[in-house]
Design a protein around this ligand. Structure first.
Ligand SMILES: *Cc1c(COP(=O)(O)O)cnc(C)c1O
Length: 238
């Protein structure tokens, strides 16, 4: 099996930071605008700590249950920020609101309402991204780009006193060729611009780009790249 990452987590992170800097430079952007999120699904706490010790502060987990089981082992990472990036079932909204500081995969008005209520009950503020099914794939969650529900949600956003909508997240259709993702990234950025204009919200976060296509995503305006494999190596399929 080919590994797209070295065995050394700190070395992988250094290499990714350099690639982020170069991609930002090509796009005349500051690499300060781009957050490196380490995606830690299936990764055990000891290895997550290595990423933290290498300076990573933002982490993404896909499943509430998995993170709940690991959270006790991660309490010493005081400055770590945990984002939920996978689909959230409505019966887990309270637990998610408790465990995470942000949900980057909000895909319905109902979920936004439930998260807002859960955050309010906990007396905390949650950040949120709206997930867009940018390739209109049946297998993926997220609002379709032309969804009226998406526009309605943004219109109602003032009612979400404990949920702050910061921007959009998307996963384009998979292709080995990173260039194939470019038109989808570009479409997402345009959608963001349109929605921001229509709603008056800033929506300044664009969470796009994973291990194999993050440089293209940065060239197209990404402000958060979500990297798993290139930091931790191939995930073992269970
Ligand atoms: C797993 C995952 C990633 C990271 O993917 P890699 O290809 O391993 O970098 C990013 N975003 C989401 C939503 C994921 O589920």
């Amino acid at each position: 099996m080919t590994r797209s990452a070295n065995d050394s987590i700190p070395q992988n992170i250094t290499a990714i930071r350099q690639r982020i800097a170069r991609a930002a430079e090509r796009a005349n952007r500051s690499s300060q605008e781009i957050t490196l999120m380490a995606v830690t699904k299936t990764v055990e706490p000891a290895r997550i700590k290595e990423a933290y010790n290498a300076g990573v502060r933002v982490f993404g987990e896909n499943r509430v249950q998995e993170f709940a089981a690991k959270a006790a082992g991660l309490r010493t990472l005081h400055e770590a920020e945990w984002h939920l990036i996978g689909h959230l079932q409505s019966n887990k909204t309270s637990q998610a609101a408790e465990l995470f500081s942000a949900v980057d995969s909000v895909d319905s008005i109902r979920l936004a309402q439930r998260l807002n209520a859960a955050a309010q009950a906990l007396g905390k503020k949650l950040e949120a991204l709206l997930e867009i099914n940018i390739g209109a794939e049946g297998s993926k969650h997220g609002f379709s780009p032309d969804s009226p529900e998406l526009r309605d949600l943004l219109k109602q956003s003032a009612e979400f006193t404990h949920l702050e909508i910061r921007g959009l997240m998307a996963i384009p259709p998979f292709s080995e060729d990173p260039e194939a993702a470019r038109p989808y990234f570009r479409r997402l950025r345009r959608l963001r611009d349109d929605l921001a204009k229509a709603s008056g919200l800033q929506l300044d976060t664009l969470s796009i780009g994973m291990s194999h296509d993050f440089e293209v995503a940065i060239e197209e305006g990404s402000t958060c790249v979500r990297i798993g494999t290139a930091i931790f190596g191939e995930r073992i399929k269970k």
